[in-house]
Design a protein around this ligand. Structure first.
Ligand code: FES
Ligand SMILES: [Fe+2]
Length: 316
C-alpha cells in the first residue's frame, strides 16, 4: 500500500497494553510487526515475518532468559535487534527491527520513515499531571484513516452517533483556535434527561452535568485529547489513531483522571472505561456503514475544523 502520512510519529501502544514477555502483533501502514516488553519494561519490535520460512513471529513466544522472540515454526530465536541467536557472537540482524521511541509508558514510531513532525510533548505532560486509569476503546476499525480521523473533528455527530449513550441533544463550539498541526476547541454539550434505568445501566451518567463542558486538543494526525469535568473530578481521554492498512484504522484511548477522593477510582473505573468502549463502538458503526465519500451538499455550523483537518491530510 501507499503509506499514509509518512513521517508522522504514531503512538502505537501504551506499555500497559503489551503485557510482559508476551508477543503482540501490530500493523502499521500495511506492515506487520511483533512487539514485546520484557520484565525491565524495555520494548522491542521486529518485522513479523520470520527470515527463515516466513512464519508470523507474533504467534511464537518469548524466551525470558535470552530476551528473544522464538519463532513458532522451527523455534529459531531472534533478539530485539533481529539478530539470529545461534550461540555465535557478533551476528548481523536478519529480521528487520522497527525503530521505537519509548517516552514514559508511550511507545512511538515513525514506521521507518524520515520524521516530519516531532513527537508531541503533551502526552507525557498529561501522564505526569493526572493518574492513569486504563485503556479503553481499543479497536481495529474497518475504514480508511481519513474517515476515522474526521469523525473526531466532527462536532455535530454527538446528536446522532452517540445519542444512545449520553443523549446529547445540542452541541455548541464556544471557542476554537488553530495553529499548524495543533487545534484547540471548547465545546458545550447539553444532555437530555436520563431515565432511572439508563442511569442504573451507566452510573457515569449520574456524574455528568446537564451541560458538559469539554476542551479538545488536536495534534494532527495522531492524537485527539479530550478534557472533561464530571462530579467525581477531571478526566482526560488521549485518543490515538494510526493507519493499519488502506481500509483499516486502529484506535485506542489512554484514560487519565483526577478523582476528588481516592475511593472514587475503584467505584467509577469500570463504568468509565466501558462508556468509552461504547463511544468507540458507536463511532465504528457510523464509519463502517458509510457509503463512499462524495462532496457534501449540506454544510452545518462548526464544520470548519473538519475541513481544516481534511486539508492538512490532503496537503501532507
Ligand atoms: S520459519 Fe521461523 S524458524 Fe523457521
Ligand atoms: Fe464519536
Amino acid at each position: 500500500m501507499k503509506p499514509i502520512l509518512p513521517g508522522t510519529p504514531w503512538l502505537i501502544a501504551h506499555k500497559s497494553m503489551l503485557g510482559v514477555n508476551k508477543p503482540n502483533k501490530i500493523t502499521l501502514n500495511g506492515k506487520d510487526y511483533v512487539i514485546w516488553q520484557n520484565v525491565k519494561g524495555e520494548v522491542f519490535a521486529l518485522n513479523n515475518i520470520c527470515p527463515h520460512m516466513q512464519a508470523p513471529l507474533s504467534n511464537g513466544w518469548i524466551c525470558e532468559e535470552r530476551n528473544t522472540i522464538v519463532c513458532p515454526f522451527h523455534a529459531l530465536q531472534f533478539d530485539g535487534k533481529g539478530r539470529y541467536q545461534d550461540g555465535k557472537l557478533n551476528n548481523q540482524p536478519l529480521a528487520e527491527s522497527l525503530g521505537l521511541q519509548v517516552i514514559g509508558d508511550y511507545i512511538w514510531t515513525y514506521g521507518g520513515f524520515e520524521p516530519k513532525q516531532e513527537i508531541p510533548e503533551l502526552h507525557q505532560k498529561i501522564a505526569l499531571e493526572y493518574e492513569f486509569l486504563g485503556i479503553a476503546g481499543e479497536k481495529s476499525i474497518q475504514g480508511d484513516f481519513l474517515s476515522n480521523l474526521l469523525i473526531n473533528y466532527d462536532f455535530n455527530h454527538q446528536n446522532g452517533t452517540h445519542r444512545d449513550l449520553f443523549q446529547i441533544v445540542a452541541n455548541k463550539v464556544t471557542a476554537s483556535e488553530k495553529q499548524g498541526y495543533t487545534l484547540k476547541v471548547q465545546q458545550e454539550s447539553t444532555r437530555a434527561n436520563n431515565s432511572f434505568k439508563e442511569i442504573l445501566g451507566n452510573p457515569v451518567l449520574m456524574t455528568i452535568p446537564k451541560i458538559l463542558k469539554t476542551t479538545v486538543e488536536y495534534i494532527f494526525p495522531s492524537t485527539i485529547v479530550l478534557y472533561g469535568k464530571a462530579a467525581f473530578g477531571n478526566f482526560v481521554q488521549v485518543i490515538s489513531l494510526y493507519p493499519e492498512a488502506e481500509e483499516k484504522t486502529k484506535v485506542f484511548e489512554v484514560v487519565f483522571t483526577q478523582f476528588q477522593y481516592p475511593f472514587m477510582k475503584s467505584l467509577f473505573k469500570k463504568s468509565m472505561l466501558k462508556a468509552i468502549d461504547t463511544v468507540v463502538e458507536q463511532d465504528t458503526t457510523a464509519i463502517e456503514n458509510l457509503y463512499p465519500k462524495q462532496q457534501p451538499k449540506i454544510k452545518l455550523p462548526n464544520e470548519d475544523i473538519l475541513h481544516y483537518a481534511e486539508q492538512l491530510y490532503r496537503n501532507w
